[in-house]
Design a protein around this ligand. Sequence first.
Ligand code: FAD
Length: 388
Amino acid sequence: MIAESAHCSYQDIREAIRALCAEFPDDYHRRIDEARGYPEAFVDALTKAGWLAAMIPTEYGGSGLGLAEATVVMEEINRSGGNSGACHGQMYNMGTLLRHGSEAQKRLYLPKIANGEWRLQSMGVTEPSTGTDTTKIKTTAVKRGDRYVVNGQKVWISRVQHSDWMILLARTTPLAEVTRKSEGMSIFMVDLRQAEKSGMTVRPIPNMVNHETNELFFENLEIPEENLIGQEGLGFKYILDGLNAERTLIAAECIGDGYWFIDRVSKYVGERVVFGRPIGQNQGVQFPIAESYIEVEAANLMRWQACSLFDAHQPCGAQANMAKYLAAKASWEAANACIQFHGGFGFANEYDVERKFRETRLYQVAPISTNLILSYIAEHVLGMPRSF
Ligand SMILES: Cc1cc2nc3c(=O)[nH]c(=O)nc-3n(C[C@H](O)[C@H](O)[C@H](O)COP(=O)(O)OP(=O)(O)OC[C@H]3O[C@@H](n4cnc5c(N)ncnc54)[C@H](O)[C@@H]3O)c2cc1C
């Protein structure tokens, strides 16, 4: 366990994660991807070693580390050839509970999440008919006695089949009855296994990445009132709070991917001989790789800025969004250079390049698309008129 490691240096964390990841080499992740499976053994090993409880305070059984340390964990997983997408939900979902849950809720959930008994890997926000326009969500939670009754639908909800709990966003006051469209939504802890037996249907969505993600249908799903997190009606604000951590963690994953692509391709172009010399001797080959390295390094600077502001409890929306934007772009450029200079071999499963290429592409779209980040910066940082 890493409980005693509140003073862990980043280098200690990197070394420990690298050692753990070395037990799960490329062919492990490749086999899981080909089988469209879930990396159970890998996620269990991370959980047992305490890494997925990194941000849970020590009083609830976690390691009490900051976002900066948590991003190092995620970065190293991706840098080693794995995919944090299988388990990153736990890092940021837990933050919502920690910041907005009651003391009784924290005592109930956090120690069990920290010791691995429960997984809190899922967050249900996106809906098929409203997409990014979250305040228009149609899933409702209506109070009846000591329960909320949920009806509606969600889409792209990840890790539902490999999580015990999900944080669900639903409308508790109709949009027409609130002053601001961001009001009137609430968040709930949903016991997933219980819900599957009583009003929630899960339909997996086969997709380009090996990412376990699902459509969810709610028909009179009853949630006990004690599962409401924080105050009724403030759920959207709570979810937004957690998104800065999510964006920064995903920026670090993209940075890990970026270094993975650059390491692989730099080595490959030094070894692959065509026209009697290594292809890496050609500047046409060198420059795109060098350029993507510069971009990954630059994105990394913004990632550390977002981490230090978040850990100091300072506003960090702009930095978290910019870090995610820069890192997702940089990893995608690195992925393109990597696949390009592997030539045909880039498309062969055994090189893992095509797998990582698919994995890193997701982050231009989810959990927030690049356009929506640009819109955030234009309006909230530069003060331009609202588009929507
Ligand atoms: C593999 C995967 C896993 C996911 N996991 C989860 C999860 O666990 N929980 C969850 O709640 N959601 C999850 N999502 C959903 C994800 O957050 C959304 O797909 C994402 O936010 C984009 O929403 P959308 O798909 O509805 O796209 P839309 O909102 O339909 O947008 C489509 C495109 O149009 C652009 N666009 C839309 N409006 C504007 C505008 N005003 N100006 C400019 N461009 C615009 C967007 O940038 C985007 O590129 C996941 C998605 C995927 C693919």
